[in-house]
Design a protein around this ligand. Sequence first.
Ligand code: PRP
Length: 182
Amino acid sequence: MHKDVERILVSEQEIEEIVGRMARQIDADYGKEDKKLLLLCILKGSVVFMGDLMKHLKTPLEIDFMRVSSYGADTKTTGNINIILDLVRKDIKQCDILIVEDIIDSGRTLSYLKRYLEFKGAKSVKTCTLLDKPERREVKFDADYVGAVIPDEFVVGYGLDYDEKYRALPYVGVLKRDVYSK
Ligand code: PRP
């Protein structure tokens, strides 16, 4: 275990099981109809989950990427999200988009992105998250596929960072308090 990690919250083996289960659910929903599944990875945190999930899926799919960030100090009150890398596709009206996130916290990112992609004309928009922290919610939002509901703790690993570090850890761990309260 990494020296800055207090304890493992979701182990490698648990993640493997969770991703397998989610992939089976997604295959059941997207594999049967005439759908054009587009997995949309929200950079950077979702990149590890996205890589694993797409390997497990049997449904034919395409992938794409967006990068967003909270929009300055106003975010809490306005819910503004800043698009750093946009989705540019001529075929968006034919796409059944599944947004892939590592974690839902306030709910603002996914709530905004879902509305944004629907406004852009996507055929359908659903959401999928590995981790969900409902205690932190500021806007009402439920993802269509949730891997694990977790308590309100500072988690890193499997894509999630603190100050851009720890993303490559193969598990989700709770960061030691003294690392971020220095
Ligand atoms: C995290 C996470 C989600 C968002 C969730 O991204 O990956 O995109 O925050 O928070 P919310 O529910 O409160 O909107 P972050 O801004 O840390 O960027 P990163 O993925 O590049 O680390």
